[in-house]
Design a protein around this ligand. Structure first.
Ligand code: GDP
Length: 395
């Protein structure tokens, strides 16, 4: 069996275990390294080639041969990651990196429960960092921080340990100020600030594929001094092998981001103004796979063969081929032609997609991004607010 097929099967198995699902977005100011980081995660999960890891070169089927060279443009992608002896399904939604796409960023946030905010160590928090943090918090999405391009501090700017620590703490403080400024008034959100000590901050280099966090240092036995020595001496391959970025980030995702069962009870009242005593509210809060189908469409894509594909978060029920579903704001119903999940840029058809997952659905001809699609007529989700760029001046 090809590697891809195995990954699809693994994903399908995990789709029915919401406690092992993490729906996440990676969000960043343009050029801070979101794309490079995403590629690392896909390579770490074995979905694209990592010339340096060597692992995939050992794979044996024709299918793998063909896949080795591809670079995935990850709009939506599912991957698996083993954390503490348990496989997890990580559904990653890409967010457009450009300021003009603010609306799309918010839509992506609607589908996820955790947002990894990537900040360039040299530039620090920038206007779009503030925008994405604001969008995440408004949607009840928990943030974590990855400070990227740390290689530049070491090798290019030749910073010493103290200088570097000061700079990194400065970035963490900037981000925490943003978080605090937005969550202080939100009584459904606990302290969501990030910190090195609790493992919600990672550092590293997406370009050279190494990463570090407090838990990773404990696991690998490598401290920051070891890392600085290896980076400074150009031993980046060794650094990548001993403390791979994808492990550091995906461990952080599995440990610190909420699963749908934890997230939905908090998120539903924020994003849906229907009757919270109703059966559908209970089904959504409980991520009930046997409940009425509720899908929030976050993106419409076009497949040359299958036509329009509606991608979104299943909050309740289980989506299957042949279902007749209501689309908010339109009369009548649309029949589901196929359901699938995303693997890289490609859609893989599966039998069904239950609550808590990201689904790719064909046949919903009346749906647009933002539609609520459901088996019973219901109050639609709140319309997604477009948040424009704040103007901040950096000192
Ligand atoms: P995006 O716009 O956030 O998706 O950023 P990209 O991933 O496209 O990266 C922008 C630029 O920064 C590219 O030239 C990358 O090679 C470079 N880059 C990304 N990560 C790192 C890093 O960790 N270190 C260094 N030195 N450059 C990086």
């Amino acid at each position: 069996m090809g590697r891809r097929k195995k990954i699809v099967q693994q994903c399908e198995r995990l789709m029915d275990q919401p406690e092992h699902i993490r729906n996440i977005a990676i969000a960043a100011h343009v050029d801070h390294g979101k794309t490079t980081l995403t590629d690392n995660l896909l390579a770490g999960a074995g979905m694209i080639s990592d010339e340096t890891a060597g692992e995939q070169l050992a794979m044996d089927t024709e299918e793998d041969e063909q896949e080795r060279g591809i670079t995935i443009d990850a709009a939506n992608v599912s991957m698996t990651h083993e954390y503490e002896d348990q496989d997890h399904l990580v559904n990653l939604i890409d967010t457009p990196g450009h300021v003009d796409f603010g609306g799309d960023v918010t839509r992506a946030m609607r589908a996820v429960d955790g947002a990894l905010v990537v900040v360039d160590a040299v530039e620090g928090a920038m206007p779009q960092t503030e925008t994405v943090v604001r969008q995440a918090l408004r949607e009840g999405v928990k943030p974590a921080l990855f400070i990227n391009k740390v290689d530049r501090l070491i090798s290019e700017l030749q910073e010493g340990p103290e200088e570097m620590q000061k700079r990194l703490l400065g970035v963490i403080n900037e981000v925490n100020e943003l978080i605090r400024g937005m969550t202080d008034e939100m009584d459904d959100i606990d302290d969501w600030t990030v910190s090195v000590e609790d493992g919600t901050v990672g550092f590293g280099s997406a370009l050279y594929k190494w990463g570090v966090s407090m838990p990773s240092m404990q696991r690998t036995g490598m401290d920051f001094g070891d890392i600085m020595d290896l980076e400074r001496n150009d031993n980046r391959q060794e650094l990548h092998e001993r403390t791979p970025l994808s492990d550091v980030v995906l461990d952080m995702v599995c440990e610190h981001f909420p699963d749908p069962i934890e997230a939905q009870p908090r998120r539903i009242p924020r994003i849906w103004r229907g009757d919270d005593e109703s059966e559908i509210a209970t089904q959504m809060r409980e991520v009930d796979p046997d409940g009425d189908v509720v899908l929030m469409v976050t993106d419409i894509g076009v497949d040359p063969h299958a036509g329009e594909i509606a991608a979104g978060r299943v909050f309740s029920g289980t989506i299957e081929k042949g279902q007749d579903l209501h689309v908010s704001g339109t009369a009548g119903t649309n029949r589901v032609q196929s359901v699938g999940i995303y693997m890289g840029g490609e859609r893989e058809e599966v039998e069904h997609v239950p609550a808590g997952n990201i689904a790719a659905v064909t046949g919903l001809k009346d749906a647009i991004a933002g539609s609520t699609v459901s088996s019973a007529e219901m109050t639609p989700f709140e319309s997604i607010e477009h948040i424009s760029e704040p103007v901040i001046t950096k000192s």
